[in-house]
Ligand binder design. Structure first.
Ligand code: CTP
Length: 414
């Protein structure tokens, strides 16, 4: 078990690892935590140690491994480790661990730690699809969520054998990013104010094809939408992320639908919006698309001439959502990137856009003065249809994402 009482000022993370094959991915997760200055105590179950041995965990965490309730009993590890933690992450979490945690068993050090921890707890389950879908596991997950734990939805894809389905462990870097997001909320981290809520976020930029190889597109990176999806998952929401041509890894615990065109984006967003409590349109759908599509690659003219490209307008998804209101009471959020005009400020333009689109909240990004897309930082004002304005100072896209969800939660409450 861990000897030192932790390093002052460094967030104390307990990494519980359990006996599934995905436990090798937890080594990468552990590296991310330690390299970014977290003080990590690894608590493996006996089954986890059959996959990855204690020397690996000790070497990567830089601390002795806390494996048993009967080691260093005078330090009362079964109580102290949980009490002192700022965050407990169980990754991977097997069906067996979820069951034991849901029933409050305390038959090893990890389950004791879960009973004594008063900090946020994050489970990243990984198992075969059948086990994840079994009613017993469904009930256990529901119980843990109801008690305030964040239980991520596993990713879909290749499983241990030849089969594929839901049950994969997400990208370790994405589990790390989500854990950091939970920790960054500080005292509010345990307040899962989106638990039981379903939200939809769109991200990225659409492509409108001229022929099989050419398209009209834009420079949206998708980073803000991905930060919004991650922040919602960290606050307990069930999240559908509709991603248009984004190259970032799938956020952990989020269902990702990939689309290319505005028409596909519209279809995916409207389908998911039917049951959603909130829809955030962070994507940049093209306002126009080519009027025609050539099935074969368009050849350039021999004589050096060029044909103008005829365009038609795309449907405005945000305006349609705001008008049709697929689910009454749902909060609809738009984004506006404005440069300002000689006689109208960005705030005036955004206020007019909020009214024109009919959404509930509008996030204004001032993109004038050479501010570029793709930056990890942002600055914004969140406008409320009732006239409220929340300025968000320059900072991370995660920080802005949380302000947006704060405003959404406030409106859902009202
Ligand atoms: N949007 C949408 N469907 C479109 C275009 C935009 O849903 N076809 C959404 C975006 O996701 C964003 C908001 O509308 O949330 C603002 O987009 P913007 O392009 O700034 O608005 P426009 O109405 O196109 O205004 P402008 O004339 O300033 O381009």
């Amino acid at each position: 078990m861990s000897g030192a009482a932790g390093v002052p000022g460094r967030p104390r993370v307990v990494l519980g690892v359990t006996g599934g094959i995905a436990v090798y991915k937890a080594c990468e997760l552990l590296r991310r935590f330690t390299e970014s200055g977290h003080d990590v105590t690894v608590v493996p179950t006996a089954a986890a140690l059959r996959f990855v041995g204690a020397p690996t965990w000790a070497a990567l965490s830089g601390r002795p491994v806390a494996a048993g309730v009967w080691d260093r009993v005078h330090e009362v590890p079964h109580v102290r480790i949980g009490q002192e933690a700022d965050l407990v992450v169980v990754a991977p979490a097997t069906a067996d661990l979820l069951a034991r945690a849901a029933h409050g068993l305390a038959d090893d050090l990890l389950t004791n730690t879960l009973l004594t921890a008063r900090c946020p707890v994050l489970f990243a389950p990984a198992m075969h699809t059948e086990m994840w879908e079994h009613p017993a596991t469904r009930d256990n997950v529901a119980t843990l969520r109801r008690r305030g734990a964040v239980v991520l939805e596993p990713a879909e894809g290749r499983l241990t054998g030849a089969d594929t389905g839901k049950g994969r462990f997400p990208e370790p870097g994405e589990v790390f990013a989500l854990a950091v997001d939970v920790l960054a909320r500080g005292e509010r981290a345990g307040d899962l104010d989106l638990a039981g809520r379903e939200v939809v976020v769109s991200a990225g930029g659409t492509r409108e094809y001229l022929d099989p190889v050419r398209f009209l597109g834009n420079r949206s990176s998708g980073m803000q939408g991905y930060a919004l999806a991650r922040a919602a998952a960290a606050r307990g929401a069930r999240v559908t992320l509709v991603a248009a041509n984004v190259t970032l890894p799938d956020p952990a615990g989020v269902t990702v639908r990939r689309v290319e065109t505005t028409a596909e984006l519209r279809e995916a967003v409207l389908a998911a919006a039917a049951t959603a409590d909130a829809v955030v349109m962070a994507a940049a759908p093209a306002d126009y698309r080519p009027a025609g599509f050539s099935d074969t690659k368009i050849k350039k003219a021999e004589d050096g001439s060029a044909e103008p490209v005829a365009l038609v307008q795309n449907p405005d998804i945000l305006a349609e959502l705001s008008r049709e209101r697929p689910r009454p009471g749902a909060v609809i959020v738009g984004f506006a990137a404005e440069t300002g005009e000689p006689d109208r400020s960005v705030l005036e333009l955004a206020t007019a856009k909020l009214a024109r689109k009919g959404c509930d909240l509008l996030v204004l990004n001032d993109v004038g003065g050479g501010r570029v897309f793709g930056s990890p930082e942002t600055e914004a004002v969140v406008l409320d249809r009732d006239g409220g304005r929340t300025p968000v100072p320059r900072g991370s896209k995660a920080a802005l994402a949380h302000v947006v969800w704060d405003r959404v939660v406030a409106r859902l409450g009202a």
